[in-house]
Design a protein around this ligand. Structure first.
Ligand code: GLA
Length: 376
């Protein structure tokens, strides 16, 4: 099965947009190995839109020769030589969102091309869809074409939640599907996409098929293609924690060649990644919010394979800090059951508690906890 746990990797769009190139991808592959991203589980390097030539060549998609002087296969070969996997982008309409040639009417030809180039992951967008054809039908077509190549290609559906892809994405062959429009590098975007628009989608995710709240903006700090002012370290930490609780694909969007130490710590937090990659594959859910006087706090929880529960206590309000509490019953644990509590950012055991746990959470920050019932 492809994607037994949420896919992890990097995508060129958030930072590079039109400036993606063979050089950027190859240097990113080097950094993945050198900085331990590969060892932590990040695997797919995906080239997003604007890799294409402006016209098809003999009916086939081709590449922008200024950005990819040796073609796409050469980049795929390089990525494979580092023990990583290679992804590419196309679109279900006549053109990609950036206006380049896309796969409508060429699904089988293009799938074959991707397979020949060594593509392991296809992100398939939804711009310029022909009128009169249902979205799910278009996605079904490419899903079938990918399967017909015989190459295992992870299929990433990107139709922004327009036709509720959580209801049909897996049947169309999808391994993940975007549930919303595009994320940008701002706290407002993280709150809107992550905290508001994912509520209630947890029944639809599981091994082999995941909800995708879009790529990470962790570590962008206001630089790059989708930069909109940037976020604080705490805000990126909250963003990463929420995505892990939601069993979201973890596709890095920053320039890993120039990561700050805190970005490295965030993206390489093995205990948070273990939550994301938990083999049970159950997506976390919104336990509740406290909302009074404009002060907002949210609690999310995710049941894990070993019987423990991962919990995020998020202070979304503007107050410097606030006390937050999680009660055992609200996360499916017995009220009188003693449980150990571990802080997954401090990497510290906090002790054994019964009934509930209270802690102070700073503005826009998170307490990410692993709550484990004591045996016996
Ligand atoms: C759409 C997608 C983005 C990105 C761009 C590329 O907006 O949702 O993730 O792929 O197209 O043009």
């Amino acid at each position: 099965m492809l994607a037994p746990t949420p896919p992890m990797g990097w995508n060129s769009w958030n930072t590079f947009g039109p400036d993606v190139s063979a050089r950027v991808v190859m240097e990113t592959a080097d950094v993945f190995v050198r900085e331990g991203l590969k060892d932590a589980g990040y695997e797919y390097l995906v080239i997003d839109d604007l890799w294409e030539a402006g016209e098809r060549v003999d009916g086939h998609l081709s590449w922008d020769a200024r950005k990819f002087p040796d073609g796409i296969k050469a980049v795929a070969d390089y990525v494979h030589s580092k023990g990583l996997k290679f992804g590419l982008y196309s679109c279900a309409g006549s053109h990609t969102c950036a206006g380049m040639p896309a796969s409508y009417g060429y699904e089988e030809v293009d799938a074959q091309t991707f397979a020949e180039w060594g593509v392991d992951f296809l992100k398939y967008d939804f711009c310029y869809a022909p009128p009169g054809v249902e979205g799910p039908t278009l996605y079904q077509r490419m899903g079938q074409a990918l399967r017909a190549t015989g190459r295992p290609i992870l299929y990433s559906i990107c139709e922004w939640g327009s036709n509720k892809p959580w209801l049909w994405g897996a049947k169309a062959g999808g391994h993940m599907w975007r549930t919303t429009g595009d994320i940008v590098d701002s706290w407002e975007s993280i709150v809107d996409i992550g905290f508001r628009q994912q509520v209630g989608l947890e029944p639809y995710a599981g091994p082999g098929h995941w909800n995708d709240p879009d790529m990470l903006v962790v570590g962008m700090y206001g630089k790059g293609n989708v930069a909109r002012g940037g976020c604080s370290d705490a805000e990126y930490r909250s963003h990463f924690s929420l995505w892990c609780l939601q069993a979201a694909p973890l596709m890095i969007g920053c320039d890993v060649r120039v990561m700050r130490p805190v970005t490295r710590e965030t993206l390489l937090n093995r205990e948070a990644i273990a939550v994301d990659q938990d083999p049970l594959g159950r997506q976390g859910y919104h336990v509740g919010s406290i909302d009074h006087g404009g002060e907002t706090a949210a609690v999310w929880a995710r049941p894990l394979e070993d019987g423990s529960v991962a919990v995020g206590l998020f202070n979304l309000g503007e107050r410097e800090s606030r006390l937050m509490v999680v009660g055992w019953e609200s996360i499916g644990l017995h009220d009188r059951r003693p449980c150990t509590v571990r802080d997954l950012w401090a990497h510290e055991d906090l002790g054994t508690f019964t009934s509930n746990f209270t802690t102070r959470v700073n503005r826009h920050d998170v307490a990410l906890l692993r709550i484990t019932p004591v045996a016996g």
